[in-house]
Design a protein around this ligand. Structure first.
Ligand code: HEM
Length: 467
């Protein structure tokens, strides 16, 4: 059987129908008419789009051996130093080696235990800043993202480099950069560059035609990131040479991964920084938005926290006793799927999906958002209802209740860290404050970017509770 084909125009195929830059939404709408699997034409390439959990799992688990390679855009190929990261590498010996390193030093359960003190400091800092704000500006809305993003970035730096860097001189840029400048170059700029569209992505046979403006922009981002990362690494190498070792990824890689080049180490360190700083922020911000909007559910969570924690502050040890908090986390991941489409893969040999023939060379888009909004699987999928995960069919500590973290061999390696940070933060913030959306904020549900960032940063009024 051949999959349904979405009608498009000659030569460009369906490209014009995707120009809104939120393909996951368009794909989900098409799935209502054409079913969970169909094909579209993006210029010269055929893209098979998967929109249901069953067919997505088949691609990620059962047919993995035929669909394990990544297909990157030109921008992503440059920004990832040609797939030199765990998340963007093809499945090969390099991938197996670097995945072992990231799990052993940063993301595995034991590594996460060793980094717990940094997460605790982060939550304390956030709480302190919000308490200060609530006291000094009782009638004003706070920009939650500013505070949370800066602290999360600090945690990312500690895990990767052992230290938070408040300022650094970068010789190649001839400037001393503040922590905010560093955040912009390492995180914000690259997330923007990752969605740059190069028309040659869609017409590989025209690759020989230069696209100077796009290339210059992406190469500039690449060089600035490299210069900043190099300066940060040099500082830490000096520290290590002076005999001061710390529990962090750079110390581990320099002593345990001698087979890696300097450029590879730079990329792997940067990978944990960008991954820590982005999707967990997206999830926590949307969770606080939903709770601030829905006072009844906010009260239900507060009552659970009161019953279980009493006057103690929520900590990671308590999470397994807080089913409603966990349900809030999973429901937020479902409704706001932070990584709405799995980085594209392609079939390197003929295969089958959902009973359909998939020819070698097809690109595969796994629409996680579409899977999580599938009406056949989820009752009222557009409603935010954490209670759905209290059903006894769900195991409380299972992190794969939705497709948000992907599935199979390439399932997200950072799901434990994301859960620990987001759940402890959401719990603490509801325990300490009553949250109310600022006027007009309810309508601000638009998203932007490669991940589903809230377009307008959350504006909330917070009132200290007497817990
Ligand atoms: C709510 C937060 C997060 C979400 C929704 C998320 C989602 C995802 C998804 C969808 C994938 C791709 C799976 C695939 O290709 O099949 C992935 C891969 C990955 N994620 Fe996450 N992620 C999150 C947080 C994190 C964090 C905090 C880290 C690390 C600091 C991280 C590190 C990784 C890595 C290393 C991979 C690649 C795994 C591999 O290819 O073997 N993620 N993530």
């Amino acid at each position: 059987m051949i999959v349904a084909v979405i009608p498009g125009l000659p030569v460009i195929g369906n490209l014009l129908q995707l120009k809104e830059k939120k393909p996951y939404k368009t794909f989900t709408q098409w799935s209502q008419k054409y079913g969970p699997i169909y094909s579209i034409q993006t210029g010269a390439s055929t893209l098979i789009v998967l929109n249901s959990t069953d067919v997505a799992k088949e691609a990620m688990v059962t047919r993995y051996s035929s669909i394990s390679s990544r297909k990157l855009s030109n921008a992503l190929r440059i920004l990832t130093s040609d797939k030199c990261m765990v998340a963007t590498s093809d499945y090969n010996d390099f991938h197996k080696m670097v995945k072992r390193h990231i799990l052993t030093s940063v993301l595995g359960a034991n590594a996460q235990k060793r980094h717990r003190c940094h997460r605790e400091t982060m939550i304390e800092n956030i709480s302190k800043q919000l308490n200060e704000y609530a006291k000094t500006h009782p009638a004003e809305a706070v920009n939650f993202r500013n505070i949370f993003a800066s602290e999360l970035f600090g945690l990312a730096l500690k895990q990767a480099l052992g230290n938070i860097v408040d300022a650094i001189y970068v010789e190649e840029l001839g400037a001393t950069l503040s922590k905010d400048d560093i955040y912009k170059i390492l995180v914000i700029d690259i997330m923007e560059g990752a969605i740059e569209v190069d028309w040659r992505d869609f017409f590989p046979y025209l690759k020989w035609i230069p696209n100077k403006s796009m290339e210059m922009k992406i190469h500039r981002m690449y060089s600035r990131r490299k210069a900043v990362m190099q300066a940060l690494m040099n500082e830490q190498k000096k520290r290590i040479a002076s005999g001061k070792e710390l529990n962090c990824y750079i110390d581990y890689l320099l002593s345990e991964a001698k087979e890696l080049t300097e450029e590879q180490i730079l990329m792997l360190l940067w990978e944990t920084i960008i991954e820590t700083s982005d999707t967990t922020l997206v999830t926590t911000e949307w969770a606080m938005f939903e709770l601030a909007k829905d006072k009844k559910r906010q009260e239900r969570l507060y009552q659970e926290l009161q019953n279980v924690c009493g006057r103690e502050k929520v900590s990671e040890d308590m999470l397994s006793k807080l089913p409603y908090l966990m349900a809030v986390f999973h429901e937020t991941l479902r409704k706001h799927s932070p990584a709405p489409i799995v980085p594209l893969r392609y079939a390197h040999e003929d295969t089958q999906l959902g009973g359909y023939h998939i020819p070698a060379g097809s690109e595969i888009a796994i629409n996680i958002y579409g899977c999580n909004m599938d009406e056949k699987r989820w009752e009222d999928p557009f409603q935010w209802m954490p209670e759905r995960f209290l059903d006894e069919g769900y195991e409380m500590m299972d992190l794969q209740k939705t497709m948000a973290f992907g599935a199979g061999k390439r399932v997200c390696s950072g799901s434990l860290q994301a859960m620990l940070i987001a759940c402890t933060a959401i719990g603490r913030l509801i325990q300490e404050f009553e949250w109310t959306l600022n006027e007009g904020e309810e309508e601000n549900v638009d998203t932007v970017g490669l991940t589903t960032h809230k377009l307008y940063p959350l504006q909330v009024k917070i009132k200290q509770r007497n817990y």
